[in-house]
Ligand binder design. Structure first.
Ligand code: PGA
Length: 240
């Protein structure tokens, strides 16, 4: 595991974008999984700037959605894909046919999960995953208790995830009870993984996930076992 400590969030975002760009330069057909949430916003803006300056092109990359809310209409603005679209995809040049998006209103959830797993296999697996981490240690919607061999699936959101999504949905009562998420087995099989951790509110989960015991109670702790993990953490989160 490589740990890169940055002074602040802006440096974390620049560093992360540099690594993503390096990945695409070395393999323009890279299959990427990118997170939603507040953590990646700085990276997205750095990548969008680099795209505008012709430093990087996403034209031949593949993108697979990490997670989303389940049984939410595809055109609902609060659908995580639509959020990612507005925050990043629209600013760059992915080909739409190269993007695997969850059908969040699919009638048969098993078929939908198999379809996405099959797509990942067809692409030869994932080249790079960038994760944020929830304060409860979830990765995507692999909530505490998720097993290392878990597949892409529908999952009940943890009370912590419901609380932390309350602002996004207006109130806790409005937050969907379930999500759909790529499983840990596909995610941890990625060739490279970056974990981003920033802010004082993540200091505790940073310590537990990276320096604590590996446990299903903190899915992010499984990352310690990955051969090509880079953790990028800012001073507020590493706490010195
Ligand atoms: P955040 O969310 O980036 O908004 O902190 C991370 C997560 O819950 O996975």
């Amino acid at each position: 595991m490589k740990i890169i400590k940055t002074k602040n969030y802006s440096e974390l975002s620049i560093k992360t974008a540099e690594i993503v760009i390096g990945q695409i330069h070395s393999n323009p057909n890279s299959t990427l999984v990118l997170p939603t949430g507040n953590t990646p916003l700085g990276m997205f803006s750095q990548l969008s700037i680099a795209f505008k300056k012709n430093i990087v092109s996403f034209n031949n990359c593949f993108l697979i959605e990490l997670d989303d809310y389940w049984q939410i209409p595809m055109n609902d603005n609060r659908n995580l894909y639509n959020w990612l679209d507005k925050s990043f995809i629209q600013n760059v040049n992915f080909k739409l046919e190269n993007i695997t998006r969850f059908n969040t209103s699919a009638i048969n959830s098993d078929n939908e999960c198999h379809r996405v797993e099959k797509n990942i296999k067809k692409m030869g697996g994932i080249d790079l995953v960038v994760f944020g981490v929830g304060p409860n240690g979830h990765l995507g919607f692999n909530e505490p208790g998720s097993k290392l061999n878990s597949k892409t699936r529908i999952i009940d959101l943890s009370p912590e995830s419901i609380t932390s999504s309350a602002n996004y949905w207006g109130s806790e009562e409005n937050v969907p009870q379930q999500g759909i998420t790529l499983g840990l087995s596909s995610l941890l099989a990625a060739k490279k993984i970056i974990l981003l951790v920033n802010g004082k509110h993540k200091a505790q989960i940073y310590k537990q996930a990276i320096h604590g015991p590996i446990t299903p109670l903190i899915p992010a702790s499984y990352l310690q076992q990955h051969k090509h993990l880079t953790v990028i953490v800012d001073q507020d989160a590493y706490g010195e």
